[in-house]
Each structure stands twice: as structure tokens, then as C-alpha cells.
Ligand binder design. Sequence first.
Ligand code: ADP
Length: 295
Amino acid sequence: MKPPKIAVIGSSSMDLVVTADRRPGAGETILGEAFSTVPGGKGANQAVAAARLGADVHMIGRVGDDAYGQEIVANLKANGVITDYVEPVTDVSSGTAHIVLAEGDNSIIVVKGANDHVTPSYVKNALSLLRECDLIMIQQEVPEETVIETARLCTEIGVPLLLNPAPAREIPDTVIEQAAYLTPNEHEAGLLFPGVPLADVLIKYPNKLFITEGSAGVRYYDGAEEKLVSSFKVEAVDTTGAGDTFNAALGVAVAEGKPLEESLRFANRAASISVTGFGAQGGMPTREEVERGLA
Ligand code: ADP
């Protein structure tokens, strides 16, 4: 079978991680223990996960004209993602997340940098590619107007859009209508539909809204009843990237034409494997690992 063609429009970044005994106070300098750099960003994470699952994945994103940008692109390529539409922006830094791990907790400062340059017109440059896709995926670490324009464009060209509304922010109703799949976690769903019981929201968006519930799995309304598709029992060591893996796997499965419930099981299986490895991309499984886990 020909692999499905997927475009991921989204963020990429470098996570700069310091571990220390404690966090410094204002004006203070302390010695840390270790430093590491880890490629991340929801867009890049989802692109890597989808490529590992065997899809033909094209990333549409932007990096800075800096060393991190080169590393981000190299990492995407090493994972089989096609990066023709990942262009550097001059005089802007790559997206970065500055993470301090101390006292069992993390503090994070995110600098959007080049991700703010994933603009509507930048996406439109890729129109000929987008037209050929079986599915387009986007998240919310790019400007809001880009999400709005992408949803409109997907409707125009007739390609289904999977919108992962993370991080949470309010979304215009038109975008919700235009998206084929919407995948908040419980926290994001609460912010997206404030004051409305989630059971009522699910009924409003049958076979479109999929609320992920961590180790419990994913909930949706199939047009007749509410369903919980259970995830798989695993020894979780790091749940970073569970949502990214879930989204990528759901995208790959529906783009292949798998029935919805089977696609959700595939996504749960992939995401449950991802939490058994460290780092967002570290635990992301290959196709073989997911299929073995479903057999
Ligand atoms: P996010 O990572 O965006 O917060 P969730 O925590 O809801 O999203 O996780 C997304 C999906 O990852 C879940 O629907 C489930 O399939 C899988 N998952 C997450 N945590 C676990 C876990 N501890 N055990 C098994 N599967 C998990």
C-alpha cells in the first residue's frame, strides 16, 4: 500500500534543559548539574511520530538562521520527515524552550522565535503540496490567523484537517466546523468549551471531537452513543509527547482509510508505547512496534 501523504503545519524548537538542585532567586547565580539540548515543538514532534509510523510526511514550518535551526532540520530529516518547506528566517532565532529541572519540578520559558513566522501566506506558498495530501495536521504553537486560514484552505481544497488545539486557546466556531478532527486533552477541552459539560460538547461534534484522557484513553460520540476507547496498560516513565504521538498516529491511521475506532486503538497503542521512553521524541514508536502491540 502506498503510504499516506501528510503535511504537518506547526512549530519546531530546541529544548535547552538544565538540571540543578534548586532554582536561582532573582539576581542570583548558581551552579547547575547538567545541560542537554533536545529537539521539540508540537509540530516537529508530530511530524517525527507520523514519519516513524510510515507516512510520507512533509513539515511546513520555520527555523532561525542559527545552529539550532540546522539541528532541528537535521533531526527532522534523520527521522524521515521531508523538510522542503522548513525555511530559515533571517535575524530571528529558532524557537526555544528554556527548561529548568529542579526540586522534582520544571519551570519553562518558551521563546516562539521563528515559529511566529509560520504565517498564512507562508502556508499558502505550499498550496500545491497541500492539495496532494491525504491529511493536513496543525497545532496551536503557530499564530492564530494561520490556524484560521489553514482551516479555510483545507475546506477549499477538500483535504481533511486534524487540529490539535494545544496549547489551549479559544477557537472561532468556523474553525471547529471546518476541522475534520479535533483532539484536545481534558484540560484543553475544558478551556475550549468553558461552562459546558463535556458530555454535551461531545454530542455536538459526533466523530469529530476526540478528548484524550491520559492513561484512560480517548472519549468521543459516534452519533449514537458516547464511547471511551481504552488505552493500554504500560509502565509509564515519561508522558511528555503522549499527545503528540496520539495525534500523529490518529492522523496516519485515518489518512490510510482505517475505520475510526480502529484508528483510535492504533493511536492509543502508539501513545501508550511513547510514554515508556524518555523525552517527547525518545519514546515514539515505529510502525512495527505499534503493530506488534496490537497483535
Ligand atoms: P497530553 O499528552 O496532550 O496531555 P493525554 O495525557 O490525554 O494528552 O494523553 C494522550 C494519549 O496518550 C491518551 O489518550 C492515551 O492514548 C495515551 N496515554 C497517555 N498517558 C498514558 C499512560 N500513562 N498509559 C497509557 N496510555 C497513555
